[in-house]
Design a protein around this ligand. Structure first.
Ligand code: BYC
Ligand code: FE
Ligand code: FE
Length: 473
């Protein structure tokens, strides 16, 4: 298997695609369907070249090449990280055995399901972000949006490659279905909840790339541990691309918070809406919303699915190889607070094997906490008393043991009436959303920026902020 990327083929790849004519033909048959989907469901704004990075190798340094490209001409392809010599299964009942280059018959259905769920999220996010190009706050931001979009499109390619190469006819059918389901469609929605929500404005986009792409990072991290080596290598390279998506989210929220702080200082009021800024309480409500719909993506706290995936070697834990235990989890326990109908909490002890979704969610939550710390440092540096916080893990949940309970951001179990009254303080109201949307006007002059967000401290690839990241003619 060669690791340098072949751009001569119709489908760029580093998997020696031309040596397997059947597979190549099948994927070349899917390619025009992907292009049709991109044309219909991809970015609504037409441009004449965006400063994008394209993968040129999968190695550690210098994998990306930057240039202006016409977005539909982006070279979507199939890139797997380099194979590791003598890689062994790191966990579960096959621990210590060589990893698999083919799908074992008994795990076919489970692996296919994991790949389909992962694959479904990628085009979903492109669909959710379709209209954002019409209101970008700067050329720099517009470029970042398109970068994220083309890479999510490539992540779809990554999963479709696995489906075509290893899952036969059923895999090809699933690959077609990935282009048929659509975000928010009443008849054939995307599989996971968060991917049917709207990403209606740029604050939502930054929150999505902070909180929801971060779920992607953690899920891909567990699939990278997989005994099915092609999946592992695929996810490893996707994680490299993913880092930029989260950078867009982290620095995006930083810049909104920075701008709001400036306006508060300048006008000596928290009520900065009339000065073109986003009030801090609205930012907090967006955090509450995007964080909690992303928590739902981790599934139930106890999951026999997750336990079976682990035991079989299909999906590991975050940083599996660095964990200091038996990697089989036959006897460990884990503590968990469970809500009760009478408004109290009960502390339960669970088997660690059943609680793997909870384990991953815990890693994710501590990572999210680092964003809160950054944004509060911006508050402190501006000498403002306001502090952001992550709401309680049970707040606004629709999946898992908190679903069906009304839990406030500070973790009290309350009745329906109290919930309904508090809701408008905790989650974005239709007025909040309309207000944020009213600030969204495109700013497409070089070096200019919208009123509600600070410019970035650095440009992309050492270019300045006022670089012409996007051509319009
Ligand atoms: N919505 O046993 P449980 C990304 C279902 S993001 C709707 O707890 P499990 C990206 C579940 O299917 C990363 N249904 O579930 C980010 C099951 O149904 P059945 C995406 C849900 O399997 C930004 C039932 O409830 N990757 O890459 O342990 C931009 C019982 O649940 C939901 C993955 O998720 C939900 N939220 O865990 C672009 C990795 N949650 O079987 C891209 C692959 C659960 O009873 N997926 N259900 O009919 C998985 O590992 C697991 O399937 C999940 C769920 C973690 C999602
Ligand atoms: Fe992705
Ligand atoms: Fe992403």
């Amino acid at each position: 298997m060669s690791t340098s990327i072949n751009y001569e083929d119709k489908i760029p790849n580093n998997v020696d695609l031309s040596s397997d004519r059947r597979l190549q033909r099948a994927l070349e048959g899917w390619q025009p369907k992907f292009m049709n989907w991109w044309g219909e469901m991809g970015p609504a704004l037409e441009t004449h070249g965006v400063y994008l990075r394209t993968a040129v190798s999968v190695g550690r340094d210098g994998w990306a090449h930057f240039d202006h490209v016409n977005v539909p001409d982006y070279r979507w392809g199939i890139f797997l990280a380099e194979p590791k010599a003598d890689r062994r299964i790191a966990f579960g009942e096959h621990k210590g055995q060589p990893v698999w280059q083919q799908v074992p018959g008994e795990y076919r259905a489970d692996l296919q399901r994991l790949i389909v769920i992962q694959g479904d999220t990628e085009p979903a996010s492109v669909e959710q972000q379709k209209l954002l190009g019409l209101t970008a706050p700067s050329l720099y931001d517009l470029r970042n949006l398109f970068q994220v979009n083309v890479e999510e499109g490539r992540h779809l390619w990554a999963m479709v490659y696995l489906l075509h190469a290893y899952f036969g006819r059923e895999g090809r059918e699933e690959a077609e279905a990935l282009l048929v389901r659509n975000s928010g469609s009443p008849d054939s929605p995307r599989i996971l909840g968060a991917f049917n929500e709207e990403t209606a404005d740029w604050l939502a986009f930054y929150m999505f790339t902070y909180f929801t792409d971060r779920d992607g990072k953690y899920q891909l991290g567990t699939l990278k541990e997989s005994a099915f080596d092609p999946l592992s290598r695929t996810c490893e390279f996707m994680l490299k691309e993913e880092a930029h998506h989260m950078f867009v989210g982290t620095t995006g929220v930083d810049r909104v918070v920075t701008r709001s702080a400036q306006l508060i200082r300048e006008h000596d009021t928290l009520d900065i809406g009339k000065h073109g800024g986003i009030p801090l309480d609205i930012i907090q409500k967006y955090i509450n919303f995007h964080y909690t719909v992303s928590l739902d993506l981790f599934g139930s706290e106890t999951s026999t699915n997750a336990a079976n995936y682990f035991t079989a070697g299909l999906k590991g834990r975050w940083m599996e190889e660095r964990r200091k235990d038996d990697h089989q989890l036959t006897e460990h326990g884990i503590q968990l607070d469970r809500p009760n109908a009478d408004g109290t909490w009960t502390n339960d002890e669970l088997s660690a094997l059943l609680a793997l979704n909870l384990d991953l969610r815990g890693e994710y939550i501590s990572d999210c906490q680092s964003g809160i710390k950054r944004w509060n440092k911006i508050m402190a540096d501006a000498e403002l008393d306001f502090r952001f916080a992550l709401p309680h893990v049970g707040f606004n949940r629709h999946v898992g043991m908190h679903a069906g309970f009304h839990i406030t951001p500070d973790g009290s179990i309350v009745d329906e009436a109290t919930w309904q009254k508090g809701r408008k303080k905790w989650l974005p109201t239709s007025e909040d959303l309309a207000f944020v949307r009213s600030l969204m006007h495109p700013v497409y002059e070089r070096g200019k920026i919208a009123s509600w967000v600070a410019p970035p401290t650095n440009g992309i690839n050492n270019k300045p902020f006022d670089y012409e990241y996007v051509y319009f003619h």
